[in-house]
Design a protein around this ligand. Structure first.
Ligand code: GLY
Length: 357
């Protein structure tokens, strides 16, 4: 279930990397987005060709709004037209959107192509490229269609982070903070105190937490739900804002809000959690198009999709988590808190932090 993972600065230029690829095939299909194509895919294509491999590259316009059926169909049509056959191994080179979309194509194209995930974003390195989940969004929700498909190799090279914009770094940092909150208080402290959180050792710790959880529940029937901490609210914010609020910022607000559901969490822990996002200068606010009604509608849809039983992750303290059913009253309170804290000023009227924190 845990595929080989190559990790380290510049690992994607190492003899070890080429040896793994040589073992898998001599034909590769790179799927990437337009930005990563220019930055890294052309160079990778050239390097693989110079070693005698056949390489074809397909790209799409980057961004969450491309993660849909249309982009998938377009890429598949291109691959069919260009004669991609079952000996080709797919390399998903890019961020979470690329690995989600390419992974889904790899899972179904000719009933399955071998897959190599090469995440170029921090969120891809610590989260999205591990655990086999892939998929696409529809108008009513994120990741509603997809599969579990384990890659044959994952290559985590923090060298790619050199060109990553700050917002993208925050997408990854939010997931690392999430991992630490559900499972490892020491990692939380290290993230708090390490501005260089994007180096190999902390990335590796974050990855290990993910595998320790999915090792017990790959197919997401129970325990894996711990990894959705902050994401029920986070997804609802992303969707209702029409993706105006990026994933990392939405998950940060989701984490802070879902923390308010946990009765046992101490005031000190709550403050530490709020302050890690302040420390890393997260610009957290809800734009005007995010309304309470919109958030409830999305949460209700999620609930229906899960047969009415949404389990939510609760923290008893930083680093210790458990799953429990959501109490609708507690959720209402938490959403109220969120709008007062992050919403437009009219939500904050008569607001007293001391009462709700
Ligand atoms: N990103 C959450 C999971 O892989 O389950």
């Amino acid at each position: 279930m845990k595929p080989p993972i190559l990790i380290g600065e510049n690992i994607s230029f190492s003899p070890e990397f080429y040896a793994h690829l040589d073992k898998l095939s001599n034909s590769f299909v790179i799927v990437t987005d337009s930005t990563v194509k220019k930055l890294y895919a052309k160079d990778l294509e050239r390097r693989l060709r110079s070693r005698g491999h056949t390489v074809k590259t397909f790209h799409f316009k980057g961004g969450e709004t491309s993660k849909n059926r249309e982009t998938k169909a377009h890429l598949e049509d291109q691959m069919i037209k260009n004669g991609i056959h079952r000996d080709f191994v797919m390399i998903a080179l890019g961020g979470g959107v690329v690995t989600d979309l390419a992974g889904y194509i790899a899972a179904t194209f000719l009933r399955g192509l071998k897959l190599i995930n090469m995440p170029t974003s921090l969120v891809g390195m610590v989260d999205a490229s591990h655990g086999g989940k892939n998929g696409i969004n529809t108008d009513v929700g994120k990741n509603l269609i997809g599969s579990f498909y384990i890659p044959s190799l994952i290559v985590v090279d923090p060298m790619f982070l050199r060109t990553l914009p700050d917002e993208e770094m925050k997408n990854g940092l939010s997931e690392m903070i999430k991992h630490s909150l559900v499972s490892d208080s020491n990692l939380f402290t290290e993230l708090y105190n390490s501005p260089e959180y994007y180096r190999t050792p902390l990335i590796l710790r974050s990855i290990e937490i993910k595998y320790s959880i999915i090792g017990k529940d790959l197919l997401d029937r129970g325990l894996r739900n711990l990894l959705n901490f902050g994401h029920s609210i986070g997804h609802a914010i992303e969707l209702t804002s029409n993706y105006q609020v990026g994933h990392g910022l939405a998950v940060a607000m989701g984490i802070m809000t879902e923390c308010r559901l946990s009765k046992e969490l101490s005031k000190e822990d709550l403050q530490q959690i709020d302050s890690i996002f302040e420390k890393y200068n997260y610009p957290l606010f809800l734009p005007e198009n995010v309304t309470k009604e919109g958030i409830y509608k999305t949460l209700l849809f999620d609930k229906k999709a899960m047969h009415g039983t949404i389990n939510c992750t609760f923290l008893s303290k930083i680093g210790t988590s458990y799953l429990e059913r959501i109490d609708p009253n507690a959720m209402e309170y938490a959403i109220d808190w969120m709008f007062k804290r992050f919403g437009p000023p009219h939500y904050a009227e008569n607001f007293n932090h001391a009462l709700v924190d």
